[in-house]
Every structure is written in structure tokens, then in C-alpha cells.
Design a protein around this ligand. Structure first.
Ligand code: AR6
Length: 445
């Protein structure tokens, strides 16, 4: 959090468009003081440390308590009007804000959790207690994600790709393009992308801070956000951390020390996506979901479809009756009933017709739509049969190529999801077809 707090202090003298939009300025002056950004960064960090491993409801309540507590202890830190009223009234209700306050206070969430998913979930909680507008939540999630990715070894290109893909922010402008027309604005939408751009362009911690300040705008908040990410990527130089400590009151320093001791114990993991091959009957697999190669009625049939319905029992058919069928290439989800798998994802493969290019696209859709549906249900292990290669006549080697290419493309789009895909092989020939593709023996024609 030193990075965020330093950003706040160093940016503070230049807030409200008081800077010269240059990177050449004294890093510290008498006016380089912590503001509301620091007070609330500390408040969020304390609440999150107190509730590690606790349910979301407890985290939510602790966040409100902590913000009220620190807000009352530091009432003159410079809060925005709506937030100040929320503090003074002791309200526990959010007020729909998309102000950049949700993004400036979130940095601790980027450090305390061992997966990107949890980081995003908790970041959203930190925003939602006041800034429950979708843009307020998005701002917090984006900043915490960037910190998580930076501290777990992601490169800048990777971080940029993730932020653009997941949050849709425009990161294509350079700081030189942003600077001339950028003015004080307190929304997430017009602060977070600019702060991330400053981080992406900066060459070390101090350069990120200077770049962020040079943009102008809501300078303490923008630099607080950029500094929080820069710390996770570069670390904070000793001398700057010491200067930061010296400018903080004792109670805030105590929270920072507790945080530093705790975060070194958090073991970050980068969940990986992987494909493995498994011989045998898909209905026996202990995975979150198995995929059924169904027909459009979804009311059962032969092959793997028949096997799944037999193993799951009649309740599966009952649930399927309510689904209203399924189009080719699409996917629908049910419970797994007597299966070990919690869910069955039903997809309808194409009936193979030689030379019909639509077949390939539809088969690819089966895999992609099943994976998307799995992701939407927080499924992390999924088993696929060789869709369409039985009754629907798709040549096994061609189908294997489509399956593996589609799955690996999905992995590339979801690099941190942590999905294990089991390719269920009912016979040796199917296993060999997958292995050929994975070994690179078969090239797409
Ligand atoms: N576990 C794993 N794979 C299996 C299993 C099993 N228990 N049983 C068969 N397979 P198919 P399709 C393999 O015909 O071509 C149904 O009647 C099998 O060896 O089940 O998409 C539906 O209701 C083959 O490699 O599915 C539809 O009408 C693969 O699963 C139609 O068949 C797919 O063979 C769908 O035809």
C-alpha cells in the first residue's frame, strides 16, 4: 500500500489542475500530505485483514464499520460530498456512486488473496458498500486485478490485455495524447484508464508517479491508483517508503506494518488452464461438470447421452423436459443428480456432412459455449466426450482438431481462470487423435 499512499501524497499538491502537466517537479513539499485516499485505503486494508477467510457478509459489514471509524478519526481528509454525507450520517446503505473513490481505496485487495477470482470478488465488495454503480465496481475490480497480476509476475502487455478484455477500458491512448485535454474529473471511467496508462508507460516506480502527476486531473487519486499498481510491479524504493512513513500518523503506520507482515505470508498462485486425456466412461468422472453430446430435444438418446441419463437417473430427464430443447452448437446446464459431477452441460453437436464448413463452426461452438456456461457457473473441472463422433458421424481426427483448437483458444482468452478440461476417450482411437493434435502431428487444413 505504500505505493498507493505515496501516489496520494505526491499527487495532492497538484489536485484541481494545479500542476504544470510536467514530470519535472519536486517529489515532496510541505503540501505533500495524505488525503482521504490514504484514510480510506487504510480503512479498507484493516477491514480486509480482519476478515480474511470470512464470508462475504462479514467482509461487507467490516468494511462499513472500518470506513466509518477511520472517517470519523480523520474527518478533514478531503472527502467528496456524497461520501462525507454517508460518513456523517452513519449510513450503511450504498448510494450508487461511480466516483473514483472505489478505485483509489482498493489496493489492499490486490495483495491479500491467492486467486484473481477472489481478488475481483472482494474488490467488488469494497466498492459496493458505497459505490455500487457498475462503473464504481468495475473501477475497483480493474485496479485490484492489475495489482494482483503485477505482483504475481504478469508482464505489462499481459496486464493491459486483461484489463481491456475484461473491463473494456480504452488503453490505446498514450499519455501525450491524454494530457492536453485532461482536466479534474472524479469518475472511475475517466480516472482508472488514465492511471493504468501512466503505469504502463512509466519505466520504474518513481517514473510512474511522475507520469501520473503529469497527466493532471484528480491528481492525488489518479497517482494513488497508478502508484498502487506500480508498487506491485516494481516495488517501492526504500527512501520513498521511509518518507511516506514519516508523513503518516502512528495509527496509520501501525496498519501498514500489520499489512506488510501479513502480505508476505500470502502465497500467490497463478491458476493454470490445462487439458488432460482420460480413457473410459465419462459418467464415472469426478469433475464439476460433464458434457453431454445430446440431440436437439434434450430428452435422451443413445451413445454417451444414453449412458449419462442412465447414470444420473430419472430426475435428469425431468429437468431436461423444462429446458425446451437446444439448438445445434448451443449449450444448457442441469444438475448431475446421481452422477459424481455436480452438473451436466448438454450441447448438441452437428451431424457431419463432408465439405460443409458450417459443421466445423458448429462443433467449435459446442466446446466454446460449454466452456462459457461452465465459467458462468464457477466450474473449474469439466469433461468432454468426443462430440459428434458417434451417431453424428464426424471424423474423429478432424473433430479432435476442432476440439483442441477451440479449447486452447478459450484458454488464451481466459488465462487466469484455472480450468481443467478432461477429454474423455471412450476408445483408444479417440485418445490417439487428441494426442496427435496435442503433439502437433496434425496440422489444421
Ligand atoms: N463415455 C465417454 N464417451 C462415450 C461414452 C461414455 N459413456 N459413450 C459413448 N461415448 P455419440 P454424437 C463416445 O453417438 O455423435 C445420441 O443418441 C463415443 O464413442 O454419443 O454427438 C444423442 O441423443 C463417441 O466417440 O454422440 C444424439 O442423438 C462420442 O462419445 C446423438 O447420439 C460421441 O458419440 C449425438 O451423436
Amino acid at each position: 500500500m505504500f505505493g498507493a499512499i505515496l501516489g496520494d501524497m505526491i499527487g495532492a499538491p497538484y489536485e484541481f489542475d494545479r500542476g504544470n502537466k510536467t514530470k519535472e517537479f519536486p517529489l515532496f513539499s510541505r503540501e505533500s500530505e495524505y488525503t482521504d485516499d490514504t484514510a480510506m485505503t487504510i480503512a479498507v486494508a484493516e477491514a480486509l485483514m480482519d476478515t480474511l477467510g470470512k464470508p462475504d457478509g462479514e467482509i461487507h459489514d467490516a468494511l462499513i464499520r472500518s470506513m466509518h471509524k477511520w472517517g470519523r478519526m480523520y474527518p478533514d481528509a478531503g472527502y467528496g460530498g456524497m461520501f462525507y454525507r454517508w460518513l456523517l450520517s452513519g449510513s450503511t446503505q450504498p448510494y450508487g456512486s461511480y466516483g473514483n473513490g472505489s478505485a483509489m481505496r482498493v489496493s489492499s485487495a490486490g495483495w491479500l488473496y491467492d486467486s484473481l477470482e477472489t481478488t475481483r470478488r472482494v474488490a467488488a465488495l469494497t466498492a459496493a458498500v458505497t459505490h455500487n454503480h457498475p462503473e464504481g465496481i468495475k473501477g475497483a475490480e480493474a485496479v485490484a486485478s492489475a495489482i494482483y497480476l503485477a505482483r504475481t509476475g504478469a508482464g505489462k502487455a499481459e496486464i493491459k490485455d486483461y484489463i481491456v478484455r475484461e473491463f473494456g477500458y480504452n488503453l490505446s491512448r498514450t499519455c501525450d495524447q491524454i494530457r492536453p485535454t485532461y482536466h479534474h474529473v472524479e469518475t472511475c471511467q475517466k480516472t482508472v484508464p488514465e492511471a493504468i496508462t501512466a503505469f504502463l508507460e512509466g519505466t520504474d516506480f518513481e517514473d510512474v508517479i511522475r507520469t501520473a502527476v503529469s497527466l493532471g486531473g484528480d491528481c492525488d487519486t489518479l497517482t494513488c491508483i497508478a502508484g498502487g499498481i506500480a508498487e506491485a510491479f516494481y516495488g517501492v524504493p526504500e527512501a520513498l517508503a521511509a518518507e511516506c512513513k514519516a508523513r503518516l500518523p502512528k495509527d496509520m503506520r501501525a496498519v501498514l506494518e500489520r499489512f506488510d507482515a501479513l502480505r508476505t505470508r500470502v502465497r500467490p498462485t497463478r491458476p493454470e488452464n490445462r487439458i488432460c486425456l482420460e480413457m473410459g466412461d465419462i459418467t464415472l468422472l469426478d469433475v464439476d461438470a460433464i458434457v453431454n453430446a445430446a440431440n436437439k430435444s434434450l430428452l435422451g438418446g443413445g451413445g454417451v447421452d444414453g449412458a449419462i441419463h442412465r447414470a444420473a437417473g430419472p430426475c435428469l430427464l425431468e429437468e431436461c423436459r423444462g429446458l425446451g430443447g437446444c439448438e445445434t452448437g448451443e449449450a444448457k446446464i442441469t444438475d448431475g443428480y446421481r452422477l459424481k459431477a455436480r452438473h451436466v452441460i448438454h450441447t448438441v453437436g452437428p451431424v457431419y456432412r463432408a465439405g460443409d464448413t458450417k459443421c466445423k463452426l458448429l462443433l467449435s461452438d459446442c466446446y466454446r459455449n460449454s466452456l462459457e456456461l461452465a465459467k458462468a457457473h464457477n466450474i473449474h473441472t469439466i469433461a468432454f466426450p468426443a462430440i459428434s463422433t458417434g451417431a453424428y458421424g464426424y471424423p474423429r481426427q478432424e473433430a479432435a482438431m476442432v476440439a483442441i483448437l477451440t479449447i486452447t483458444a478459450w484458454f488464451a482468452e481466459n488465462p487466469y481462470y484455472g480450468m481443467t478440461v478432461v477429454m474423455s476417450c471412450f476408445d483408444e482411437q479417440t485418445r490417439r487423435c487428441y494426442q496427435n493434435v496435442m503433439d502437433g502431428f496434425v496440422k489444421e487444413n
